[in-house]
Design a protein around this ligand. Structure first.
Ligand code: C2E
Ligand code: CA
Ligand code: CA
Ligand code: CA
Length: 275
């Protein structure tokens, strides 16, 4: 498994949306995908700005469609959410990511994306607990990435869910920060360990006079004051990397450090590095 196949799934890239007909067909195919091993995870390195060591990997879902080739998650996750299939798919992702990460060097974390629909399911903490128990992965090595949209239905259930997940000992990250319904109130209430600064801020930040760097700087100082890590997402160039470091982001993720790779390749690299 090489690369994340970005070039390969151009046909169904996130810039296009499947029309209604396509969507119905994809919906049907997605039901078969789980059963037929057509889904797999790739892992993108997250690197410490301080040590420049890989501290973990984010699990990213891929669908190898039997006829259409690789389909991007931006296309099929929304379909999975609409049809309710996200529950089974999400379970599979967590179990697989925990199982894979349990093979890696013990200091390496794994981050898993959680759909707001999974998050709203009262059974979700049991799913996480079972995945940890089965894989024997230490809870502190699992990081759940949650987007701000979970706060749309802000109520006692949301608070309780955060508390239950935290009690399992897993880490929590606020994904795509700054793109959605950002309210500083969330940061006060929810026990996040990390804020992931969306790549729309990173893109172009290194261009002189660009305002994104001021925004990144503000997010970093806010996160620091709250005792949270920050990951800048989508750093592609060395200029962006340099700037992100200067602005004090604790972690960086992006093509500048590598595209997602298969679980076996992560293991292989770790074995090679260790000898
Ligand atoms: P995300 O969670 O924000 O994931 C980061 C996305 O940015 C990934 O796209 C990754 O491949 C891409 N990326 C990383 N570095 C760079 C870079 O330097 N430049 C550019 N241009 N892109 C970069 P991907 O894998 O296509 O995933 C898209 C989205 O699909 C994810 O955004 C996430 O919201 C969702 N997703 C992926 N896997 C899962 C999953 O297992 N469960 C759920 N619920 N959602 C998932
Ligand atoms: Ca993510
Ligand atoms: Ca993100
Ligand atoms: Ca995203």
């Amino acid at each position: 498994a090489k690369g994340d196949g970005r070039g390969v799934y151009r046909f169904y890239s996130s810039d296009m949306h499947a029309d209604a007909e396509d969507r119905r067909q994809l919906e049907e195919d997605l039901r078969d995908a789980l059963a037929s091993d057509a889904l797999h995870l790739v892992y993108q390195p997250v690197v410490s700005s301080v040590t420049e060591q890989i501290t973990g990997y984010e699990a990213l879902l891929r669908w190898q469609h039997p006829r259409r080739g690789m389909i991007a998650p931006d296309i099929f996750i929304p379909i999975a959410e609409d049809t309710g299939l996200i529950a089974q798919i999400g379970d599979w992702v967590i179990r697989t990511a925990c199982r894979d990460a349990a093979q890696w060097v013990e200091t390496t974390r794994v981050a898993v994306n959680v759909s707001p629909i999974q998050f709203a399911n009262p059974g979700f903490p049991s799913t996480v607990m079972n995945a940890l128990a089965t894989s024997q992965l230490a809870p502190g090595r699992l990081e759940l990435e949650i987007t701000e949209s979970v706060f749309l239905s802000d109520n006692a259930d949301t608070d309780a869910m955060f508390a239950r997940l935290k009690a399992l000992g897993v880490r929590l990250a606020l994904d795509d920060f700054g793109t959605g319904y950002s309210s500083l109130g969330y940061l006060k209430k929810a026990p996040f360990d990390k804020i992931k600064i969306d790549q729309s801020f990173v893109r172009g930040a290194a261009i002189k006079g660009n305002r994104n760097s001021a925004i990144i700087k503000a997010i970093v100082s806010l996160a620091e004051a709250l005792g949270m890590d920050t990951t800048a997402e989508g750093a592609e160039t060395h200029d962006e990397l340099e700037l992100i470091r200067q602005l004090g982001c604790s972690h960086v993720q992006g093509y500048v450090y590598g595209r997602p790779i298969g679980a076996a390749e992560v293991l292989e690299r770790q074995l090679n590095a260790g000898t």
